[in-house]
Write a protein that binds this ligand. Sequence first.
Ligand SMILES: Cc1cc2nc3c(=O)[nH]c(=O)nc-3n(C[C@H](O)[C@H](O)[C@H](O)COP(=O)(O)OP(=O)(O)OC[C@H]3O[C@@H](n4cnc5c(N)ncnc54)[C@H](O)[C@@H]3O)c2cc1C
Length: 422
Amino acid sequence: MAKDNLPRVVVIGSGWVGLYSLSVVSPRLTSAYTPLLASAACSLFPFSCAEESIRAKGRRCNLIKANAIEIDFCSNQILCEPAFDDHDSNASDQQFRVAYDRLIICPGCQTNDFGIPGVVEHAMFMKHVSDAMALRKKLLDQFERASLPCTTREDACDMLHIAIVGGGPTGVEITAELSDLARRELKDLYPDVAPSMRITIYDVAPHILGAYDQKLYEYATEQMLQRGIEIVTNAVIERVDRTNLYIKGQNPVPYGILLWVAGNRSIPLVDKLDVKKPEHGLIRILTDDSLRVKKASTDVHGHSDVYPDVFALGDAADIEGRSLPTTAEVAVQKAKYIVRRLNRGATATENFAYADKRLVTYIGSHDGIIEGSGLDEASRGQRAWLDWRSGSFTWTRTWRNWVGLICAYVLNALFGRDFMRL
Ligand SMILES: Cc1cc2nc3c(=O)[nH]c(=O)nc-3n(C[C@H](O)[C@H](O)[C@H](O)COP(=O)(O)OP(=O)(O)OC[C@H]3O[C@@H](n4cnc5c(N)ncnc54)[C@H](O)[C@@H]3O)c2cc1C
């Protein structure tokens, strides 16, 4: 117990889940609204609208800027390492422990590079606001480079080839935003080189948007192809270097920007934890229906098979026997459940129930698809786009960001997107 006799609730991670809680161990000072990252990278609104500070006026939150390295469930302690870019080399000398009475584990996942050589070194990712900023800067640089008098037309084509690896909703939405940007602002800002820009989606599967019904993914594919986006399926990427993608059975493909959004893999903390995990697929922490972490082995003395005061949620966790998707929607619903549960005290018996939300993906040009709403006209087209765009306002959690978004949309309508300023 803490000095004031209140239980110490410690949260590992400051993503969609961590934002809902009291004290946080996280290497980041902000929590990203990931669904808004692609739009921010393409200057639909300022980057500040796509994230939330953990420390904020009026929010009682003890932020510890560190990575959780290990958890000792017997002594209720977390081993942590400071997380500062300029102290990485001796961070391990400064390890410290944080005690908890109740622990909420939500460190998310990392992007899966599948161990393909060159991906970590040369690809860009899209997980944090810093990634969205890096993409915008790279895009600007590539257009300026392509516009130099010494750049040949052929080189400009390679520089402006944007290769997106991963044809899930994230890859498709980034493609959609980039193609909107190209058709509007980039066409005016770089009239000579903008026609050389190409976007290609690569996916190892036989089609993109695998989570959708066949008619919907076929519709999305057809619409994007008509808008000049290239889609290469059954693409087995063998390696990547600074300028080329090497796909099995094909000639090297030159690229200017390589964006890797090919799915999730577990983080080292979750890999190391001695708790119950699924036998196949993504390594996640298994919990019971109340989100309490399951022990690795069954207790022969008939003791509880869960840690009663340790909860896990977000992308890093799943309820045993359920297989819920790794989405912000699931993370937010679980976080709200945990807050309700902790506020009501230990007697709470209600289980977590996931209210299935429709999956909406933007495919560009004010067009989109909605899974789970049948295959009628309402499940695609402008209505889906409106559904998706209005979602931007529901993701934000503060008035400041909400007002920021409205102002950005009004300014864009009046003056166009502010693409040139980072
Ligand atoms: C580009 C993009 C678009 C998306 N769009 C949608 C969408 O439209 N709808 C939807 O429902 N979902 C969407 N998602 C998925 C959604 O972002 C995730 O499901 C959600 O972020 C999961 O929340 P989380 O809190 O578990 O993890 P994260 O949000 O990943 O947060 C984890 C946090 O833990 C921190 N951390 C990591 N390791 C440690 C450690 N060892 N110690 C302490 N802290 C640690 C990380 O730095 C991070 O701050 C999108 C994802 C991406 C990448």
